[in-house]
Design a protein. Structure first.
Lengths: 719, 152
């Protein structure tokens, strides 16, 4: 698809070069315009300066290359994989490349967001074009130096060679290159010639991580900086009535107590002092809005499912008439709780608000959006906001929301000094923006041994599935198909959580298909493959997934997992799901140990197009699968009168080493452009495990977390 | 506030802090040793693991006043330049995703291997069970501990 693509887009729209005073050359580019072929920068091109770019390549006089990786690193590996793509087309040895985190550009940001597993997908062409353009500039510069035609020269591994065999290193031509016109009509490499892409490259920050270098937001500090611990309303629905800070102020190290809105910040010289000071605050709260409990949510969501007030997201044929003439109808309700993100690095942010500018430093997935919000809150000009991104100790969607950065800015604005807000784990788990509780009811009609209708109803807290999801499988495969959604508005705040909606929907759907397969006396993967045939060659452009790619992915997992041929005592469950443009199929192997199912192994097949960095890609998939299993098994955040009931790891259970299965990952070989990888491994995992547990125990799991039902069954079993 | 003299990474250091201050915050806030991480504050996640005389301890729940002359090793002092066999194994296997918990994982693993140089798979899994990795890089942690055992 992107082989030897000749580019017609004007390079000058997104790339600019400059000589550096200290030697070498700097190439700036803007991925906003580069990502969209039709896009042109919204400002006068002749007046571009380096503030208008958000990604840079520096080539030194010695030929060393520094790439400023534009997207924030939350652990998904883009700080390594995005520069790999540039280095590939630039054609330099990876050993000569170093990577630095790019800085936030308030004027012309591109997709400077880590979320939705889209960094590589959107960046792929632009990063390749940028690398290839830079390489052509260097070749052109060498040609000028030699007085020959550029097309008689070629470059490889940082060295340019001409027809007579003379060579020049990249570093030797940067001075000339920096003053040349940006070339157009660039050729990209044929993927078969890739020397870096497709090879295992170690995380570029590995040395810093293993030696404990201060890389993360929480590690940042500046002179005069004080720490801030914030007391927030304990229940969703509370507001602050009054408070007494007398004891707090008597604590060694506490310097100041600041009320802002319904929150109280305790400032001081060390984290321990401010955390103690916060605990010592005596605050009175009053009810502002309703205090909701998990029982209320269950009641409301079931009421929605039993009612008839739904939006229709997609409707094919007529499900109602198909149900009327069905031989058999299957209907199940699947339920999931709220989940906190639980990034290992608790939320934190540094702010120094002065008359001149607002300096912000910390872990954030959405620097541009957050800077904009802070400008508004503080009534400052956008160009006064300077936001530095740090490496992030996990994101999972939580760091899309900059509430903690806004708090830091507000506190610093009042205190008139540099401060760092640090959440305790309890603060972090109680502060909201959770994965919302959702219930799905799925109803299927079977007639003459065939699936004739499929109706999915979603009842969710605060919002419903995004528009594309109703066009995922089995849309197009079943003649009568309908997706209906409705939601209940709660004052408990919710947000994106790794693979939003699909993280639970995939479990519900693939558990349901396992039941349909049992009913039809068919093998689950074979049922999916049979259904996929119905959508091949479709002219329906809304359909998101590729039946061909999904079928190949399923076949790969069947083959690699030894599906249906395992030894006694091993029970297998299957699941396949398309999300974030990636096709994934998984098989879980489960054993019974003292009446409890133990997940021993998960085999995963993934089609994510070209795998940029297999070493990092496997890590993403393994992590996603184990994360999916962990939360399906144990994840549970309930509420009592607006108060979250488990706010630290003594009560909130995350998957640990001894519960972790071996994960074996296989990629479908592909020459197609890369697609998302940070999320798609997760959604199918819960279903694969539930379907394996069904084989082992005969019990269908309809509710997450599974552990509740499993423990009840175990105690029944053991009498 | 009282003074406490600690032996950290081979150096004697005196700090002036409240007696209930956990070692974690002495390391991070007083001494700017930011490698030891804050995760939960209640010794449940292992991110703050350091060595107290060769044993892995949770520094978030260890008041500075309870330390009396033991030698403390943090991730910064495990080796000069990241060449401890456990660190090298972490690098070779490319363990980290976000990387935040890894200092704690490495400190737990290195103390464990000192005590048990040739562990079985189950012993590794049990020893590392107290350290949460939210990115779930557990498969690689297990492999890296095995590799470190082989190479030490």
């Amino acid at each position: 698809m992107s082989q030897n693509k000749s580019l017609s887009l004007s390079r000058r729209n997104f790339l600019k070069t400059s000589l550096l005073a200290g030697g070498g050359m700097l190439i700036g580019f803007n991925l906003l315009s580069a990502c969209k072929p039709e896009a042109i920068l919204p400002i006068d091109i002749s007046n571009l300066n380096f503030n208008d770019f958000n990604a840079f390549i520096k080539i030194s006089d010695e030929g060393y290359v520094t790439i400023f990786s534009p997207n924030p690193e939350i652990g998904q590996g883009v700080k390594t994989s995005m520069p790999m793509i540039i280095a590939e087309e630039l054609d330099v040895a990876w050993e000569k490349v170093s990577v630095a985190q790019g800085f936030y550009d308030p004027k012309n940001y591109q997709r400077q967001v880590a979320g939705g597993s889209q960094s590589i997908r959107f960046g792929w062409d632009a990063l390749r074009q940028t690398g290839a353009t830079a390489k052509q500039m260097l070749v052109n510069a060498a040609a000028v130096q030699w007085g020959v035609e550029p097309n008689t020269c070629f470059a490889s591994q940082g060295i340019i060679t001409n027809a007579t065999g003379d060579t020049l290193g990249y570093g030797e031509v940067v001075k000339v290159a920096a003053n040349l016109e940006v070339p157009e009509n660039i050729n990209l490499k044929d993927p078969k010639d890739f020397k870096i892409i497709g090879h295992d490259i170690t995380n570029v920050d590995i040395q810093k991580i293993i030696t404990g270098d201060p890389l993360f937001g929480i590690d940042y500090s500046s002179e005069r900086m004080v720490y801030a611990s914030v007391l927030r309303p304990p229940a969703f629905g509370n507001k602050l009535a009054s408070f007494d800070d007398q004891i707090t102020k008597s604590i060694n190290g506490v310097t100041e107590v600041i009320k802002f809105g319904d929150k109280i910040a305790v400032l001081g010289s060390n984290t321990w002092a401010v955390m103690k000071g916060k605990k010592a605050l005596v605050a009175l709260w009053e009810n502002d809005t309703k205090l909701e409990s998990t029982d209320d949510h269950n009641f409301e969501l079931i009421k929605i499912l039993n009612g008839n007030k739904f939006e229709t997201n997609r409707e094919d044929g007529n499900v109602e008439s198909a149900f009327k003439v069905a031989d058999k109808i299957i209907e199940r309700t699947y339920e999931s709780p709220f989940l906190p993100h639980n990034c290992m690095e608790p939320m934190n942010f540094y702010a120094n608000v002065t008359d001149k500018k607002v300096h912000l430093v910390g872990p954030i997935q959405t620097p541009a959006w957050t800077a904009g919000k802070i400008a508004k809150i503080l009534n400052r000009k956008p160009e006064e906001i300077h936001l530095e991104m740090t490496r992030m100790g996990g994101g999972f969607g939580r760091r899309l929301y900059g509430d903690f950065a806004e708090e830091a800015a507000q506190i610093s604005n009042i205190a008139k000094k540099p401060i760092q807000v640090i959440f305790s784990r309890e603060d972090d788990m109680a502060a909201g923006t959770y994965r919302p509780a959702i219930k799905y009811r799925i109803k299927a009609a079977i007639k003459e041994g065939k699936l004739t209708a499929y109706h999915l109803k979603e009842a969710a807290i605060n919002g419903n599935m995004y528009g594309l999801i109703s066009n995922f499988f089995p849309a197009g495969c079943v003649p009568n198909y309908k997706v209906s959604t409705a939601n209940y508005k709660s004052n408990i705040t919710t947000g994106a959580w790794r693979a939003p909606f699909t993280n639970f929907l995939a479990f519900a759907e693939q558990s349901f298909f396992s039941e349909i397969a049992t009913e039809l006396n068919k093998d689950h993967p074979q049922l999916i493959i049979d259904l996929l045939q119905n959508v091949k060659g479709t002219t329906d452009e809304r359909i998101q997934y590729s039946p061909e790619r999904m079928e190949a992915t399923i076949n790969l997992v069947i083959n690699k997992s030894n599906w249906g041929k395992t030894s006694e005592g091993i029970y297998q469950g299957f699941s396949a799901y398309y999300s974030h443009n990636t096709h994934v199929a998984e098989v879980a192997d489960v054993e019974l140990k003292n009446g409890m199912p133990v997940v021993k192994k998960v085999t995963v097949a993934v089609d994510c197009g070209i795998v940029v960095n297999p070493l990092g890609a496997k890590n993403q998939v393994e992590g996603g699968v184990i994360d999916g299993i962990g939360h399906a098994m144990y994840g549970d955040l309930s509420f009592e009168k607006g108060i979250p009931q488990s706010v630290n790891f003594d009560k909130y259970r995350l998957i640990r080493m001894e519960e972790t299965p071996e994960v074996k990952t296989y990629f479908v070989e592909s020459n197609l452009s890369p697609t998302g990888l940070g999320e798609p491994g997760l959604p199918p995992a819960g279903g694969a495990v539930a379907n394996a547990i069904y084989k082992a125990t005969g019990e269908r799991l309809l509710k997450q977390p599974f552990i509740n039902q499993l423990e009840i069954s175990k105690s029944k079993l053991l009498g | 506030m009282p003074n406490y003299t600690l032996r950290i990474n081979g150096k004697k250091i005196t700090v002036n802090v409240d007696e209930d201050t956990p070692l974690l915050w002495v390391l991070r806030d007083e001494l700017s040793l930011k490698g030891t991480k804050f995760g939960c504050g209640i010794a449940q996640c292992g991110a703050c693991t350091v060595h107290l005389n060769n044993s892995a301890v949770r520094s978030c729940s260890l008041p500075v006043s309870s330390i009396s002359g033991e030698s403390i090793t943090t991730i910064e002092g495990l080796s000069e330049t990241g060449t401890h066999p456990v660190q090298l194994a972490w690098k070779e296997i490319d363990v980290p995703q976000c990387g935040y918990c890894q200092a704690g994982q490495i400190m737990t693993a290195s103390a464990f291997l000192k005590e048990k140089p040739t562990p079985t798979k189950d012993e590794i899994r049990e020893a590392m069970h107290g350290n949460i990795c939210r990115c779930a890089s557990y498969n690689r942690i297990e492999k890296a501990v095995k590799l470190a055992a082989k190479n030490s």
